[in-house]
Design a protein around this ligand. Structure first.
Ligand code: 6PG
Length: 483
């Protein structure tokens, strides 16, 4: 239904699949939705195909679109992240009035969001960078939404976003994350965790396929079973679907005909870069970004495959298959736990750096539904932060510590097996090193400090007394206190 005279509670600019699905979701949930797209064909197509789903108010100019919104006006931008977003923000800010709210629902870089929020605020309007997760299906049927921006805009925006978000146990998967770029930052880390989660699933598949010699359909069954336990999650569920799928053309397992070069649009990379900038060891996330990059280095890979690199002694799997499957399940669980723990560390560090006051419990709550990393075990994460919001690390929560008791030996066995089989398992292995580094009483960092002092007089601290020290390496090797 369309009615030019009715004012809309919310507007959507940009009607590609994500935008039109979001607009339909608003309309289906009782909101009158203003819709606008730069080329009007998309607007017409939406109304034609789905106009009956609710109240849409289509416009062909941005001015008409703005005029069709009730005050304070609220418009969500769903255009390609980057320059297009800036152009639409500018047009909307021009046409809107004081107190109106512009929402960017794309995967924007949080530093862009901070800049945009400042600019829009200077023009008397509110700007909300909102991370939206769940893909096309989520946009239509209930995504997880992570809005940042000024708290006041949440007052008017909150109920509308709650009406379309996914819902778990009566709780909508949306909440105000924090000021300016907080929402997009958190969505960025969500995607980083998504990369790591997908990579560890991939590593588990690789080990079962090429280590235990299982066929994709058989592995699909294993994942299906795993999905009813600790690993219960959207990504495990779709993994079973993908592995069970046959190529409609050849009848071969689909996974065998898909090129093994993983793409990326950049959010995982941003998470890794930000982790480096903040000095947070998000090794699982960074390693999974590198794993995608390596997979796509096709020329280098084929050069290396042509017998150039010695493989050393490759052993066959020498354990019972069902035991190995269970070990792999536990290694996957452990590495996934590390990825989440590291992601929450990054969020904590970002929140402190930018003064956002992000509550980890909010994330564990809203990520339970709608988003790509939705998983049963987020309930456990929520419980962990409920008990102690200042946990030094998620893996130090008593429940997860207890889980790790059962996971650590299988995890070690799987990393050893991968090494002996000559199969890559970069996140399984590096996460275990991260874990052992955290546990280690002494790290070789002491030696590194010694080396730094040797070649650059960079000084070091001592374990036995305060102060900063230097050894006269090229002289008499005496100790001097520099501070
Ligand atoms: C989501 C997804 C979504 C998208 C990403 C990942 O939460 O709905 O993360 O944002 O799929 O862009 O894409 P890449 O794997 O291409 O980086």
């Amino acid at each position: 239904m369309t009615d030019k005279n009715e004012l809309a509670q919310i507007g959507v600019v940009g009607l590609a699949v994500m935008g039109s699905n979001l607009a339909r979701n608003f309309a289906r949930n009782g909101n009158t939705v203003a819709v606008y797209n730069r080329s009007p064909e998309k607007t017409h197509a939406l109304i034609e195909a789905h106009g009956e789903e609710g109240n849409f108010v289509p416009s062909e100019t941005i001015e008409d679109f703005v005029a069709s919104l009730e005050r304070p006006r609220k418009a969500i931008i769903m255009v390609k992240a980057g320059k297009a977003t800036d152009a639409v923000i500018d047009q909307l800010a021009e046409a809107m009035d004081e107190g109106d709210v512009i929402i960017d629902g794309g995967n924007a870089l949080f530093t862009d969001t901070i800049r945009r929020e400042k600019d829009v605020a200077a023009r008397g309007k509110h700007f909300v960078g909102a991370g939206i997760s769940g893909g096309e299906e989520g946009a239509l049927n209930g995504p997880a939404i992570m809005p940042g921006g000024p708290k006041e805009s949440w007052e008017t925006l909150g109920p509308i976003l709650e009406s379309i978000a996914a819902n778990v146990d009566g709780t909508p998967c949306v909440t105000h994350i924090g000021p300016d770029g907080a929402g997009h930052f958190v969505k960025m880390v969500h995607n980083g965790i998504e990369y790591a989660d997908m990579q560890v699933i991939g590593e588990a598949y690789q080990l079962l396929r090429y280590g235990a010699g299982m066929e994709p359909a058989e592995i699909a069954e294993v994942f299906r079973e795993w999905n009813s336990g600790d690993l219960d999650s959207y990504l495990i569920e779709i993994t079973a679907e993908v592995l069970a799928q046959k190529d409609p053309e050849t009848g071969a397992p689909l996974v065998d005909v898909i090129m093994d070069a993983a793409g990326q649009k950049g959010t995982g990379r941003w998470t890794a870069i930000n982790g480096l900038e903040l000095g947070v060891p998000i090794t699982g996330i960074a390693e999974s970004v590198f794993a995608r990059a390596l997979s796509s280095s096709t020329a280098q890979r084929s050069a290396a495959q042509e017998g150039q690199l010695p493989a050393g002694t490759i052993k066959e799997l020498d354990v019972d298959k069902s035991e190995f499957i269970e070990d792999v399940r536990r290694a996957l669980y452990a590495a996934k736990l590390i990825a989440y723990s590291q992601g929450f560390d990054e969020i904590k560090a970002g929140s402190e750096e930018f003064g956002w006051d992000v509550d980890p419990r909010d994330l564990a709550t809203i990520w339970r539904g709608g988003c790509i990393i939705r998983a049963k075990f987020l309930d456990r994460i929520r419980a962990a932060y409920d008990k102690n919001a200042d946990l030094p690390a998620l893996i130090l929560d008593p429940y997860f510590k207890g889980e790790l008791e059962d996971l650590i030996d299988p995890w070690r066995r799987v990393v050893v097996a991968a090494t002996q089989l000559g199969l890559p398992a970069p996140v399984f292995a590096s996460s275990l090193s991260y874990y052992d580094s955290l546990r280690a009483e002494r790290l070789p960092a002491a030696l590194i400090q010694g080396q730094r002092d040797f070649f650059g007089a960079h000084t070091f601290k001592r374990t036995d007394k305060p102060g900063t020290f230097h050894i006269e390496w090229s002289g008499d090797r005496s100790l001097t206190q520099t501070d």
